[in-house]
Design a protein around this ligand. Structure first.
Ligand code: ATP
Length: 363
């Protein structure tokens, strides 16, 4: 078990700055997920912790010890990759025990540790199979088992579920969460899947262009995003963003939408905004209600597409000729059809405002 500390770490590949000035403290036993779009530097950051990538600036500490002169094999970490990287000619038992055998661990101890990991991962019936005789999910469990037998202080996962189909991903997600509870070990997990980040993490670190955009517990980031990038990244379907102009009225802050409709935004406290400030209204699809008749503070829109998902429906609607469609999520089946005119009731208490730089305007 160990903490991990990143002190102003940076990594450049020639002119590409993959990681810039990242500082972060990961507590012992914490489950931290690095998430962000492709190319944001999350795998590079993980590989820097693992010692697989030299760092250009800063320092990595594991268990309080600087790692700059410590080889990957001596850092007390174990890494699980997207490509399972199993030895094809070895059985499950041999694959899982291989690292310990190489370290000269007595056979009886290797066997005991392998059986322990096998029972945690419910692989008992597969011990004598080779990787080609396993499903993708089973192979990934073996790869995780190989990490478990080494009893590392820190587990590093690099997109471990990306090769699995949706059903298996969900199942493995639950298994990894259970594993974290059972092993009580520090885990750092890289993914571009925001559902994995939301469900697994004690703390999410959102990266963009090599820098940390925001970090915190999943629901805190979901409900209180610092900026438009974070707001748009977490949540499925994605938050709607509508360009508006904010202006003051006697009743509160009014937003003028692209079609000149106005919307009264009753925020907890009125934000300090300049007159006629260009802003972006951010509102999640489940915070928009639909009414059939125009009423106070509603906005007319025309439905373009209806997606019936069984347990919920997604309506994609256009406000006037605004190019961006607004997504509305409704529970259950929708009776609405394309070309219907509806009136959107935006829940002002759940709306966010972003300034022209994308930073959230806090009320
Ligand atoms: P993905 O989700 O696509 O795996 P990522 O967030 O993990 O992306 P990294 O693999 O860390 O991103 O890459 C960050 C940046 O560094 C990218 O611009 C990438 O092209 C660049 N990069 C990574 N490895 C190298 C390398 N060995 N040589 C040159 N550039 C690299």
């Amino acid at each position: 078990m160990a903490s991990v500390e990143l002190q102003k770490v940076g990594k450049s590949f020639g002119k590409v700055e993959a990681v810039r000035d990242v500082s972060l403290v990961i507590q012992d036993r914490e489950f931290v997920v690095f998430v962000g779009p492709s190319g944001c530097g999350k795998s590079t950051l993980l590989r820097m912790i693992a010692g697989l990538e030299e760092i250009s600036t800063g320092e990595v500490l594991i268990g309080g010890q600087p790692m700059s002169r410590v080889a990957a094999a001596d850092r007390g970490i174990a890494m699980v990759f997207q490509s399972y990287a199993l030895y094809p000619h070895m059985t499950v038992r041999e694959n899982m025990g291989f690292a310990l055998k190489m370290l000269g661990t007595p056979k009886a101890e290797v066997d005991r540790k392998v059986l322990e990991a096998v029972s945690i991962l419910q692989l008992e019936d597969l011990l004598d199979r080779r990787p080609k005789e396993l499903s993708g999910g089973q192979r990934q469990r073996v790869a995780i088992g190989r990490a478990i037998v080494r009893a590392p202080g820190v587990f590093l996962f690099d997109e471990p579920l990306s090769n699995l189909d949706a059903g298996l991903r969900a199942q493995m997600r639950v298994e990894i969460a259970r594993l974290h509870k059972q092993l009580e070990t520090t885990m750092i997990y890289v993914t571009h899947d925001q559902v994995e980040a939301m469900t697994l993490a004690d703390r999410i670190v959102i990266l963009n262009k090599g820098r940390i955009e925001q970090q915190g517990p999943p629901l805190e980031l979901y409900e209180e995003p610092a900026n438009q990038f974070v707001a748009g990244f977490l949540g499925q379907p994605r938050m709607n963003f509508i360009s508006c102009v904010a202006r003051r009225s006697a009743a509160g802050t009014e937003l003028v939408l692209p079609n000149d409709e106005t919307l009264l935004l009753t925020m907890r406290d009125e934000p300090a905004l300049p007159l006629a400030a260009p802003v972006t209204l951010g509102i999640r699809p489940d915070s928009i209600g639909v009414v059939e008749e125009a009423a106070g503070n509603t906005v007319p829109a025309r439905i373009v597409v209806v997606e019936q998902l069984g347990n919920s429906s997604l309506l994609y609607a256009r406000i006037n000729d605004n190019p961006d469609l607004v997504t509305i999520e409704q529970p259950g089946k929708s009776v609405l059809k394309a070309d219907h005119t509806i009136h959107l009731r935006l829940d002002p208490g759940r709306a966010h405002l972003f300034d022209k730089n994308g930073d959230r305007i806090r009320a």
